[in-house]
Ligand binder design. Structure first.
Ligand SMILES: [Fe+2]
Ligand SMILES: [Fe+2]
Length: 178
């Protein structure tokens, strides 16, 4: 997530008001410890997905508060999915349910939020989204995953490019002096 986007999200008072009890919760804070896509933590991934769901659902005149809250909790599975032995079953198929079980321990979830968390991996998992907010999250989630991955790959690529041009520049200086 770029600094500009993060500032924009942090300054949206209505959005912050909707999710502040979630983001202040220690279990939700714990998501900062786990990487989701490349260097993006589960927390930042959920925070961005939540903001996009909030905006899209608001524009479509849907219940955007539930959309923001469901999306903020959709990956509350609380383990490192890259490490073997942290869970039973395949992460892609099981983590929606695990996130729901964790979220329901700490928060009163409505039916939209529950559906969003459990079914956000559709169509990888078969159960069909029941609400438009869930369907929106399935697309937003994949969009965020691609965005987060590409941002990291691109920044790595840029760093490599800077190094490469620095070497060429240095080589040219040395060559000219000889
Ligand atoms: Fe997920
Ligand atoms: Fe996700």
């Amino acid at each position: 997530m770029t600094e500009n986007l993060e500032n924009k999200i942090n300054e949206n008072l209505e959005f912050q008001e909707i999710i502040h009890d979630l983001t202040e919760n220690p279990a939700v804070q714990e998501m900062k410890k786990y990487r989701q896509h490349f260097s993006t933590s589960c927390y930042n991934h959920c925070y961005l997905a939540s903001y996009y769901c909030y905006n899209i659902c608001k524009a479509l005149k849907l219940d955007y508060a539930s959309a923001a809250r469901g999306a903020m909790l959709h990956d509350l599975f609380l383990y490192d999915w890259r490490e073997k032995g942290t869970r039973s079953g395949l992460h892609a198929f099981t983590h929606g349910k695990t996130a729901y079980e964790n979220a329901s321990k700490f928060f009163e979830l409505n039916k939209v939020e529950k559906d969003m968390i459990i079914k956000h991996m559709w169509p990888v998992t078969i159960a069909l989204p029941k609400y438009p907010q869930t369907l929106i999250l399935t697309f937003v989630d994949k969009y965020c995953a691609i965005k987060e991955s590409f941002e990291d790959i691109f920044s790595e690529f840029s760093i490599k490019k800077v190094f490469r041009y620095s070497y060429i520049f240095l080589a040219l200086i040395i060559f000219k002096r000889k």
